[in-house]
Design a protein around this ligand. Structure first.
Ligand code: ATP
Ligand code: MG
Length: 202
């Protein structure tokens, strides 16, 4: 399996407090990597670093030549509240500079969101908003998905279906880095788990 990302001695902190301390690991195609740790331990920060949304870290990150765009859902459920569910997807399609966004209709079945296609996204229930945000980030052909607490608020049946879908994507080569507070979810989903500890000793 090809290596997609490699972190070498990555450190980062806000206001001179080191949150991410000297982290080194690699992410290969098809791997599902979990990131675990208490509130404030740096999970979202680490995903932002890997996704290129934080750049002023120390150390080095190397990206594989064939990585392409990264699918991100970090720090909440970003959706276009004023657009319909369908238009949210259309918007992401248009914004995909590589024209690689291929919305997989199967995702509509998995999430049961098709029935809300014409509904304004801001009026969806909490779990349905979360599923829409997830669809927007995993609907592209990205080889790497960074998913921050992807199943928050999603009921067990839809969660199981989405887990199955993501495992299937991993089998076909997509790498996933995901955070969760639910140990069982991480154990079920992930090939390995990175434990962050910022703030634990204080
Ligand atoms: N923009 C920011 N400016 C200053 N400090 C920040 C900023 N964003 C996060 N932090 C701090 O960095 C630390 C790590 O935050 P982060 O959001 O990565 O934690 P987390 O593990 O994702 O927590 P949670 O489980 O609550 O989502 C926290 O102490 C937080 O207060
Ligand atoms: Mg977080």
């Amino acid at each position: 399996m090809d290596r997609l990302v490699s972190l070498e001695n990555v450190s980062f902190g806000y206001d001179n407090q080191k949150i991410i301390k000297d982290l080194s690991f690699e992410i290969a195609e098809g791997e599902i990597v979990g990131v675990s740790g208490k509130n404030g331990s740096g999970k979202s920060t680490l995903l932002n670093i890997i996704g290129g949304l934080i750049t002023d870290f120390q150390g080095m990150i190397q990206y594989g030549d064939n990585l392409g765009q990264i699918g991100c859902m970090i720090g909440g459920a970003p959706i276009y509240e004023d657009l319909s569910v369908k238009n949210n997807i259309e918007m992401i399609k248009r914004m995909d500079g590589t024209r690689n966004f291929r919305f997989d209709e199967a995702l509509y079945d998995i999430t049961d969101l098709k029935q809300y296609e014409k509904k304004r996204a801001g009026k969806l229930s909490l779990g349905n908003k979360q599923m829409l945000a997830l669809l927007l980030s995993i609907g592209s052909k990205s080889k790497l998905l960074l998913l921050d607490e992807p199943f928050n608020g999603i009921d067990p049946i839809h969660k199981a279906a989405l887990m199955k879908y993501l495992k299937q994507r991993a089998k076909s080569g997509t790498a996933v880095v995901m955070t969760s507070h639910i140990k069982g979810d991480l154990k079920f989903m992930c090939d390995r788990i990175i434990e962050l500890s910022y703030g634990v000793d204080k």
